[in-house]
Write a protein that binds this ligand. Structure first.
Ligand SMILES: Nc1nc2c(c(=O)[nH]1)N[C@H]1C(S)=C(S)[C@@H](COP(=O)(O)O)O[C@H]1N2
Ligand SMILES: [Mo]
Length: 517
């Protein structure tokens, strides 16, 4: 056994793994993209990694955390495949056992994803079979380099043949890897073509029975670094556990309101669109948002109010939780009382004048003003199950997050930023503040350890949205720290006590260090 043959084996292993994954992606076009082993295993990882790691991923990679996970998984898999391939040069059985093990993991992951049918096992199974064939072909079969079968005291002719054999091996394994990658990407591309974007383009949303109030003049200060008052759909943060965006066809969509209710309700998309709609500006915020972070956005939502629907369903006494369930099995628990207290809790179908973007929950999601997204904003919602907090913990609760998630009063400085070069003299300090459903009454800014000074508040559509603020600072040369705090309309000033996002939202004052001069 030479070092070279180990390396050939490693390459054979990687080629076999590429064939498995590439073919699996292609089969998943038919069996559903969540049955592809990379996505299925990634999904299990997402559901089971420790919370701290997930928060780390969100902090590190932001909205690219999913791509990072898929790429990371592929790289890890390639490393394992290389090791197993190298070992299979000596012990072919190890190679087949390794493939079997990965197939088992892939099948188990695919079959245990929510709503998976038996066909979900096919991509991993057929992929593994093809990987086995590839490994055999490259390690002992017609494409194996001579070295792999070991030469003792070779003649010149045998030597030449060996060189030729190695060349053939390298060329064919390279081609196999490239071909497999191409097939894999083609599979992914075909899967996305089976998306519901055509169905979405055909949706005609009805006009609202009660339109959103006009955005008052002066609610958007339009400063270069300040977040706009209304967040365009393309800039809206996205947070969810879905590795591939669920594709829910509105023609097949149904919502079941059931559980501890007197009257079960089932609605189709057409039923929903036939009901009177409201249109409201609501600022959505993620509980994972760090102080100063950008997992928050404000949109105009069009939807059907939830209160009348729940009134019609008639929750039983003690049924204090409504669990939203998405097409991909994610769950979220909202207090029944909050959904019925008269605030604009809704089943949203439109966002900023367009049908919901697919990644924001098309065709239907829940929006509830005043609550973090993880306890209110179920995207791709297909079920509302009325139950109690005592009887059911939704997705994030066993993972260390609080059952109750009212949004904390918070504020953020958007400008200036630490990297800006500032001159002494008047400098506009500005940002946003939010306390959804309570409203903001006051924002104050502090320079270094000076007195708190009241900022000017822009206007807002309602207490359910964030609000912009600004304050003119007479900047002096030197290094300074700018700090902000908000007070809500109940009279509560946000706490200065720093807290991590887990378990129920970050707190503390946002500050920015700047140098002037
Ligand atoms: N189906 C589903 N809905 C979900 C989630 C999810 O993981 N799956 N995440 C929630 C969380 S934590 C937040 S903050 C909001 C984010 O909504 P957005 O991606 O439209 O901004 O969606 C909520 N709805
Ligand atoms: Mo969130």
């Amino acid at each position: 056994m030479t070092r070279k043959s180990w390396r050939f084996g490693a390459l054979a292993g990687v080629a076999a793994a590429a064939v498995a994954l590439g073919l699996a992606e292609l089969i998943a076009v038919v069996t559903g993209s969540r049955s592809a082993p990379l996505v299925a295993v990634g999904g299990v990882v997402v559901d089971h990694v420790p919370e701290s790691l997930k928060q780390f991923a969100i902090t590190m990679f932001g909205v690219h955390d999913k791509t990072a996970l898929l790429v990371g998984t592929a790289v890890l898999l390639a490393l394992f495949a290389a090791v197993i391939g190298a070992l299979s040069v000596r012990w072919l059985a190890v190679g087949f056992a390794g493939i079997g093990l990965f197939a088992a993991v892939g099948v188990a992951a695919a079959l245990t994803r929510p709503n998976a049918g038996p066909s979900a096992a096919l991509p991993a199974l057929l992929g593994a079979a093809a990987a086995g064939a590839t490994l055999w072909l490259l390690v002992v079969g017609p494409l194996a380099p001579a070295e792999v079968t070991e030469l003792v005291a070779p003649s010149v002719h045998e030597e030449e043949e060996a060189v030729e054999g190695r060349r053939r091996f390298l060329k064919s394994s390279g081609l196999i890897v490239l071909g497999a990658v191409a097939v894999g990407f083609a599979g992914r591309w075909l899967s996305t073509r089976r998306s519901v974007s055509t169905a979405r383009a055909e949706v005609r949303l009805p006009p609202p029975a009660t339109p959103a109030p006009e955005v008052p003049a002066g609610s958007d200060l339009r400063l270069p670094e300040l977040s706009s008052y209304v967040t365009p759909n393309d800039d809206f943060y996205r947070i969810d556990t879905a590795l591939v965006v669920p594709q829910v066809d509105p023609a097949e969509w149904k919502l079941r309101i059931h559980g501890r209710v007197r009257n079960e309700i089932e609605l189709t998309y057409a039923d929903l669109l036939a009901r009177p709609m409201i249109e409201r500006y609501v600022t959505l915020a993620c509980v994972s948002n760090e102080v100063g972070g950008d997992l928050i956005g404000n949109a105009r939502w069009l939807g059907v109010p939830l209160k009348p629907l729940l009134d019609q369903a008639q929750p039983l006494d003690g049924a204090d939780q409504v669990v939203g369930r998405s097409a991909d099995g994610w769950t979220c628990g909202t207090p029944t009382a909050i959904m019925r207290d008269g605030r604009d809790a809704m089943l949203a179908v439109g966002m900023n004048g367009a049908p919901l973007p697919i990644e924001h929950g098309f065709p239907v999601r829940v929006v509830v003003p005043g609550l973090y997204g993880y306890v209110s904003a179920t995207k791709w919602v297909v079920e509302l199950e009325v139950t109690s907090f005592a009887d059911y913990d939704a997705y994030w609760v066993p993972r260390g997050w609080s059952q109750q998630g009212p949004i904390k009063t918070e504020s953020r400085i958007d400008t200036p930023r630490g990297r800006n070069s500032l001159k002494a003299g008047p400098v506009t300090v500005a940002g946003v503040a939010w306390a959804q459903h309570r409203g903001i009454s006051k924002v104050e800014v502090q320079v270094d350890n000076g007195p708190w000074q009241e900022a000017m508040l822009a206007r807002a559509v309602s207490d359910d949205t964030w609000i912009q603020w600004s304050w003119t600072w007479e900047a002096t040369n030197g290094d300074h720290v700018l700090r902000v705090r908000a007070t809500d309309k109940t009279g509560q000033t946000q706490t200065s006590q720093p807290a991590d996002p887990a378990p129920d939202g970050a707190s503390g004052y946002h500050n920015v260090s700047v140098s002037v001069g």
